[in-house]
Design a protein around this ligand. Structure first.
Ligand SMILES: [Ca+2]
Length: 337
């Protein structure tokens, strides 16, 4: 997946901005929209869909102004780390995570063993995204994806592709396209998969011949684990370590992209070093990325490693990945046998 957009529905409560009325008004009827007709042509020609059925479907789709408003204020762009963290790394998410784990313990352990991804990471993703499947979004996915495909020009290519994937997915899984609900960005189920990710990474983990990450927690757990494995999670490796900064360190060494591209040794020479060497010790040639987060008073420093980067493949944000990691550590302390 080249462009990920997975904004947990948990964020939906914090939008506050209102944009001038009228600027964000979605189209009235998508069935008569030229861009919709182009997409319908593609689905008919490439995928063998029925044109009349698609036109009937799109006539029932509703553009949502609230979706366009939500898109303009993602928390990753408007919150400092210490504010963002308070939304996700909470006692409530920890408590509900312990309960969810207890209910599905054998499935988590099986996923951990089969995919090499720690149970607490899988669990934490579900906690951050949807409170363990409790809040998976209240928009019809057809409305969300159509609004963004046809009335949000900045990302229209991406969302048109997702809308196309969604229609193919609905047919593959035998569901009515209008029945499925998700986030304002069209992310679905326990782990908030976008349709293209659903088709690429979701799996049948309870062997009932259906891949259902909308309602089936077992498939959802296996699918999140598979997503991490396919994106290169390395079992047993550290995720992120605290850093200390000494001397005059150039500001541009921090928050310089999510992908680790300098070695720990490079960073140490520049004055950014591992605060407390972990066990087992890190290889000084390991690639890392230096992160500077704003806290109430001043800043904190981290060195994100390969597995930290893998978490950002779920949502392209260092604050997101850090929240997932920190919640996972709280959960790990509770679910250990
Ligand atoms: Ca299944």
């Amino acid at each position: 997946m080249s462009v990920v957009l997975k904004i947990g529905v948990a964020l939906m409560g914090i939008w506050s901005a209102f944009v001038v009325a009228g600027e964000l008004a979605p189209s009235a009827n998508y069935a008569a929209n030229p861009a919709t007709l182009t997409l319908i042509d593609e689905l008919v020609q490439e995928e063998g869909f029925d044109r009349t059925e698609l036109i009937t479907l799109f006539a029932k789709v509703e553009g949502k102004e609230s979706i366009l408003k939500a898109m303009s204020r993602p928390a990753e762009k408007t919150k400092a780390w210490y504010e963002y963290r308070k939304i996700f790394v909470t006692d409530k998410r920890e408590r509900e995570g312990v309960e969810f784990f207890a209910k599905h313990k054998q499935t988590f352990l099986r996923a951990e063993q089969q995919f090499g991804v720690p149970a607490e990471i899988i669990l934490s993703i579900m906690g951050v995204e949807t409170y363990y499947g409790r809040i998976t979004g209240s928009y019809r996915v057809m409305d969300a994806l159509s609004t963004l495909a046809f009335d949000y020009p900045k990302r229209s290519t991406f969302f048109t592709k997702e809308l196309k994937s969604y229609l193919i997915l609905s047919r593959e899984q035998g569901v009515e396209p209008l029945d499925i609900k998700g986030s304002y960005a069209g992310a679905m189920g326990y782990g908030q998969f976008m349709p293209s990710s659903y088709r690429a990474y979701a799996i049948d983990f309870d062997d009932d011949d259906k891949i259902d990450i909308w309602n089936n927690p077992v498939d959802a757990i296996g699918s999140v684990a598979n997503y991490f494995k396919q994106h290169g999670w390395k079992p047993g490796e550290a995720v992120i370590v605290g850093a200390k900064v000494e001397g005059m360190v150039p500001e541009n060494l921090f928050n310089d992209g999510l992908k680790p591209k300098r070695t720990l040794d490079d960073y140490a020479q520049a004055g950014i070093s591992v605060a407390q060497p972990p066990e087992p010790p890190l290889d000084s040639n390991a690639s890392a990325t230096a992160i500077k987060f704003e806290v109430e008073e001043g800043h904190e420093y981290w060195l994100g490693l390969h597995n930290f980067y893998v978490i950002t493949r779920y949502n392209h944000s260092s604050m997101y990945a850090m929240s997932v990691y920190q919640l996972s550590q709280l959960l790990a302390a509770q679910i250990e046998e």
